[in-house]
Design a protein around this ligand. Structure first.
Ligand SMILES: NC(=O)c1ccc[n+]([C@@H]2O[C@H](COP(=O)([O-])OP(=O)(O)OC[C@H]3O[C@@H](n4cnc5c(N)ncnc54)[C@H](OP(=O)(O)O)[C@@H]3O)[C@@H](O)[C@H]2O)c1
Length: 296
């Protein structure tokens, strides 16, 4: 068996808060062209079972092969869960909670009787209260890599925890991604993203649109949008991707936005390489970086 993850797409379809519409929206997103899906074993915000059902449907229709999909879910500790609706026993040990949660996720991503289910990326939803508990959870997750889980990541995390996971001699599986908010209150994570870029860890951005009303109306976004003939949200996505080492979580419920996001980031990329667009692109990217305090 090839135990490599599918490549992580630049845009991952985010599935939080879609409730009963989750399967239908996942099917639409995959039909429209998304090849990465983000969910979580956290029933409070995600219907991982319906994400699995949507993916299964699209595979069964022959629209996409499992091997061409990047499926990502999360382990969420008790602190992030609705305690009445958990994918594990509230009173079990941390390691047992990880094993139950992963078993439940794998079950949600079982597509056929004959194929063993696997997850491309399992993200620890946030560090636990102590580094020692974070370490225990990570070690339990490591036991599934690479066969049932291809790679691991961590979310809602400070740089110190990423550095610990990335350098501790007692850690075998290094983080492949960090999933954090991309917004002004963390200074757009300039330092953490710099660290990730240097170490080859992908930064997955969320709140890219909802957390950045000022960027959405900024000059660099509007100039790029007008020149490349795309909408401002796509221009913002393109500039964020221009920071490099980034994937974006896109949770749109709107088919027109799905199409625009997938197609028009390529439109911007072609424009940026054209004779006409090169200068505008590098100017807008320069100003965008300046605005968020990125080292140039
Ligand atoms: N790790 C964590 O703790 C965590 C926390 C939050 C979210 N997430 C993940 O991130 C995903 C995205 O959530 P988010 O909060 O980051 O969402 P977001 O991208 O900040 O906001 C999406 C909102 O922007 C609107 N929008 C307008 N134009 C759009 C366009 N062209 N493309 C896309 N959206 C457009 C959408 O409305 P329409 O639906 O009308 O397009 C939607 O209301 C979630 O589904 C989840 O998978 C993870």
């Amino acid at each position: 068996m090839d135990a490599k993850p599918a490549p992580m797409p630049k845009l991952l379809y985010g599935t939080a808060w879609k409730k009963d519409a989750t399967a239908e929206l996942v099917i639409l997103a995959l039909k429209t062209g998304f090849r990465g899906i983000d969910t979580a074993a956290q029933p409070r915000h995600y219907r991982e079972d319906l994400v699995g059902a949507g993916v299964k449907k699209v595979i069964s229709l022959g629209i996409v092969k499992r091997a061409d999909l990047f499926v990502q879910t999360k382990f969420t500790s008790v602190d992030g869960q609705d305690q009445k609706h958990l994918p594990y026993d509230l009173n079990a040990s941390l390691e047992e909670q990880v094993h139950s949660s992963v078993a439940s996720s794998l079950n949600n991503f079982r597509y056929s009787e004959s194929d063993e289910p696997y997850i491309d990326n399992l993200v620890l939803h946030s560090p636990l209260r102590t580094l020692s508990d974070t370490f225990s959870v990570w070690k339990a997750l490591e036991t599934y890599v690479p066969h049932r889980i291809r790679q691991l990541g961590i979310s809602n995390t400070p740089l110190e925890v990423v550095d610990f996971l990335n350098t501790s001699p007692d850690i075998t599986v290094r983080p492949a991604c960090v999933q954090n908010r991309f917004y002004p209150s963390t200074g757009w994570e300039v330092d953490l993203r710099g660290y990730c870029r240097e170490k080859g860890i992908t930064f997955q951005a969320f709140w890219t649109l909802s957390g950045n009303p000022r960027l959405l109306t900024s000059r660099s976004v509007h100039e790029l949008a007008a020149s490349a003939n795309v909408e401002p949200p796509v221009a913002l996505y393109a500039l964020v991707l221009g920071l490099e080492g980034i994937s974006i979580l896109d949770g749109t419920n709107n088919e027109a936005h799905m199409k625009a996001d997938l197609n028009d980031i390529n439109t911007v990329s072609e424009y940026a390489q054209s004779d006409e667009g090169q200068h505008v692109w590098s100017n807008c990217l320069h100003n965008f970086k300046k605005q968020i305090g990125e080292k140039q």
